[in-house]
Each structure stands twice: as structure tokens, then as C-alpha cells.
Design a protein around this ligand. Sequence first.
Ligand SMILES: N=c1c2ncn([C@@H]3O[C@H](COP(=O)(O)OP(=O)(O)OP(=O)(O)O)[C@@H](O)[C@H]3O)c2ncn1[C@@H]1O[C@H](COP(=O)(O)O)[C@@H](O)[C@H]1O
Length: 112
Amino acid sequence: METLARLEQIILERRSCDPETSYVALLKREGRPTMARKLGEEAVEATVAALSGSDEDMVGESADLLFHLMVLLADRDIALADVMAELDRREGISGIEEKASRPKEGETTNAH
Ligand SMILES: N=c1c2ncn([C@@H]3O[C@H](COP(=O)(O)OP(=O)(O)OP(=O)(O)O)[C@@H](O)[C@H]3O)c2ncn1[C@@H]1O[C@H](COP(=O)(O)O)[C@@H](O)[C@H]1O
């Protein structure tokens, strides 16, 4: 957690650096669609590692995935603390229970 908080600060600082020497600044220059594409690619790579890679592959791809998520959150001006707060809010709520409480397909939340 401390590591992610530090990474968040580093990313905020590096965004305004020279894209020739900073990958974060390069992603900023390329723009949000590139950041989003990279996040998607890293998610796929992590998925492949989970299914057929070594533990080392899985660790590496997970780190890439978290890094690119943090870059995108920074670009959206969303604080890591907000994501952590959402996870805290969900603590103790079973995913099964939460899914079952959603409106069924065809149902609307507004009674007319
Ligand atoms: N944690 C990371 C980090 N993890 C992954 N990466 C980079 O993310 C990229 C991952 O992309 P790929 O695996 O797809 O590699 P690739 O195929 O070469 O990339 P593309 O050609 O597809 O763009 C690589 O360039 C990695 O070096 C990271 N780059 C930076 N950081 C952190 O961000 C800090 C600031 O970095 P700079 O802005 O580069 O100074 C660093 O000190 C680190 O703390």
C-alpha cells in the first residue's frame, strides 16, 4: 500500500518531465487513449501469465498492470485513496450477495 502511494506521487511528479527521459511523461504526451490501450494490453499479458506463465511472469505482469492503472488514474485526477475507500466500502459485502441485489435483466429501478 505504501508502495502504491509512493508510486502515485512519483507518477504525478514525472508527468511534467521530458518524454525523452521519462516513460510517464511519454505516456502523458501520447494521451489517454494510449494509456488505456497499454492498460488493456497489460491486463491481457497478466491473464496469459496467470494461465501459462511462471510465478515470476505473473509478478512482473501484475506490476506492469498496477503501474499502468496508476498512470491512468493520475490522468483522470482520481486519487488512489478514492479507490482504496471504495474497496473499504465493499469490505464484508459478498460479491455473490451484491450481484444478487442488482436489478434483474428487463427490470427497471423506476416504477412507472
Ligand atoms: N513502475 C514503473 C514501471 N513499470 C513498468 N514500466 C514500463 O512500462 C512499460 C511496459 O510496457 P511493455 O511491457 O509493453 O514494454 P514495451 O513493449 O517495451 O512497451 P511498448 O513499446 O509497447 O510501449 C516498459 O517501458 C516499462 O519499463 C514502468 N515505468 C516506470 N515505473 C515507475 O515510474 C517511475 C517513473 O518512471 P519514468 O517516468 O520512466 O522516469 C519509475 O521510477 C518507476 O518507479
